[in-house]
Write a protein that binds this ligand. Sequence first.
Ligand SMILES: Nc1ncnc2c1ncn2[C@@H]1O[C@H](COP(=O)(O)OP(=O)(O)OP(=O)(O)O)[C@@H](O)[C@H]1O
Length: 205
Amino acid sequence: MINIAIEKKLKAYHGQQVLKVNRQFTTGSVTKIYGPSGSGKTTFLKIIAGLVTPEKGTIVSDDITWFNAETKVNIPTQKRNTGFVFQQYALFPNMTVRQHLEYATADEAWIKKLLLLGKLDTLQEHKPDYLSGGQQQRLAILRALATKPQILLMDEPFSALDPKMKTELIGELKEVIKELNITTLIVSHNPQELDGWADGELVFE
Ligand SMILES: Nc1ncnc2c1ncn2[C@@H]1O[C@H](COP(=O)(O)OP(=O)(O)OP(=O)(O)O)[C@@H](O)[C@H]1O
């Protein structure tokens, strides 16, 4: 269970907007997040990961305080055990597909399983430049899963996939995420793609 009650001023182009979220996410739940461009969806995921600091509030995960504005607790990103799939993938240009996963885990059987899941097993020795947009996006998802995170934060993770690949990948991700009981938050401009999977939603205005 992760309990979030935060406030963050957004540097909007015209004036200022305050991002306020007060929400609990039960362990293993899958939540879709949607709302207009610029409403703070990406910023919210970054706040959970510890990449952006709110002005007010608390984040408590399984009784461990990750953030408390008043007492100035702010656990660093690498200790929060979150997996992040960025909108722009953020892959390492000099690492092969396999190296991206080896960087995150030493579990060879898990690496093999992930490569099959993302249909990248035949492209293991390729660097991101040689991958299509959809293959890069799948690699970003596999890398985020490689550490078996407690919380998976995904920002538009299926935007570059064709409909068939998207359906297949979602089907497989569903199984893995359920097996590992990962609390999952997915930002989507196309929230109906998550129908039948997500068990909750958070709408930004
Ligand atoms: N670290 C930050 N601190 C304060 N404001 C920020 C920060 N990062 C981005 N912003 C501002 O927050 C607003 C929301 O941006 P954000 O990327 O979170 O929106 P979004 O809902 O994810 O949009 P999109 O759907 O277009 O990806 C923007 O006006 C942006 O300038």
